[in-house]
Design a protein around this ligand. Structure first.
Ligand SMILES: NC(=O)c1ccc[n+]([C@@H]2O[C@H](COP(=O)([O-])OP(=O)(O)OC[C@H]3O[C@@H](n4cnc5c(N)ncnc54)[C@H](O)[C@@H]3O)[C@@H](O)[C@H]2O)c1
Length: 321
């Protein structure tokens, strides 16, 4: 009997990061050989270690800005996922070249590597912040004009434009996912992580940036990865744009209360005031997930359930639960 053809390898940039590690786990479970490219700036090798030892994952420790340092990983691959980027919007405001280099330039290098190696199916982790300050809620994929309010958002939008142009110029299929807030183990930034860090330093008070009424969607990492894989199986236009969120939202003040409770409940909340938490913050975010639902996918948890689960996990990992 002829043996089944070997599954084509999958490239994952940023595969050592919080979302990347979960994606790599799913691909490995599907029997796909995975080639991770990551500079380990915010990602960690440990999350991949077991699969590397089993020969299921290879890790190229390289920076996507550096042409010539990582392209070999694309040879013979069947698809490639581009998740590597600076993940922290505030850092991009402090250093204006950060998102240009680790976002836009890195995306260009990724696309060039894919084009040269003839890898035709490409996936990209974009963000809800491409919508800027939307006036329509829930915000659908057709919303425009797209005018981001952060350099991170500008870089995500520029990257989407590059993906679209490459798809049309070189006959590729690309999947552009506009994420809400994605939360789960291994996070190194974001509101929940920040609150735990602040309370570890001073358990009596918790500074909350803004008036606490900022309200956004929170999706678990597992759901995010499942949604992307689902779309990859069902949609096949040259350029496929999908919001990835929960369809509901939770306020920052509610999250602060949940984290304070998990840390012993002693801290008083101190709001810095103002609608926005920080420059570039988008205080109200609710993505329409109708396009995903039409395709047949729905999240398994609400925003509140996702936040509660993540708070419990972090508290346990810090010996608080
Ligand atoms: N977590 C969210 O809420 C969210 C929301 C919208 C979009 N995204 C996007 O999803 C992707 C993954 O985010 P995450 O939350 O897992 O963050 P993360 O920081 O855990 O993962 C990013 C990974 O990219 C790597 N990396 C960064 N710059 C690189 C470079 N120049 N070359 C090679 N590797 C590099 C990091 O080491 C890290 O492993 C990012 O593109 C992020 O912008 C995340």
């Amino acid at each position: 009997m002829a043996s089944a053809p070997a599954a084509a390898p999958v490239v994952v940039t940023g595969g050592a990061g919080a979302i990347g590690t979960v994606l790599v786990g799913r691909l490995v479970a599907d029997g796909r050989p995975v080639r991770v490219i990551d500079n380990l700036s915010s990602g960690r090798r440990e999350g991949l270690e077991a699969w590397i030892r089993q020969g299921k994952v290879t890790l190229t420790t390289a920076d996507l800005r550096q042409a010539g340092s990582f392209e070999a990983a694309f040879q013979g691959a069947g698809s490639a996922w581009h998740l590597a980027a600076n993940p922290d919007i505030r850092r991009g405001t402090e250093d204006p070249s950060l998102d240009l280099e680790h976002g836009t330039l890195a995306t260009f290098r990724f696309l060039e590597a894919a084009r040269r190696a003839d890898v035709k199916r490409l996936f990209f982790s974009s963000s809800s912040v491409v919508y800027g300050l939307p006036t329509k809620f829930p915000t659908p994929e057709e919303y425009g004009p797209l005018l981001p309010e952060s350099l991170y958002g500008a870089s995500k939008l520029a990257s989407e434009a590059l993906f679209s142009a490459y798809a049309h110029c070189y006959g590729l299929t690309c999947y552009l996912f506009r994420f809400a807030n994605i939360i789960g183990p291994g996070m190194t930034h974001g509101v929940i992580f920040d609150f735990f860090e602040k309370l570890a330093k001073d358990p009596t008070r918790l500074e909350v940036l803004g008036d606490g009424r900022q309200s956004k969607s929170y999706l678990r990492t597992e759901d995010c990865v499942a949604a992307m894989q689902f779309v990859g199986e069902k949609a096949a236009a040259p350029v496929n744009v999908y919001n990835v969120g929960t369809g509901d939202r939770l306020s920052v003040a509610e999250i602060a209360k949940l984290v304070v409770a998990a840390c012993g409940g002693r801290a008083r909340l101190e709001f810095t005031g103002g609608e926005r938490g920080w420059t570039g913050d988008i205080p109200q975010q609710l993505l329409s997930i109708e396009r995903l639902a039409q395709l047949g996918w729905r999240p398994t948890r609400t925003s509140r359930e996702a936040v509660e689960m993540t708070v419990r996990e972090i508290a346990r990992a810090r010996g608080l639960g």
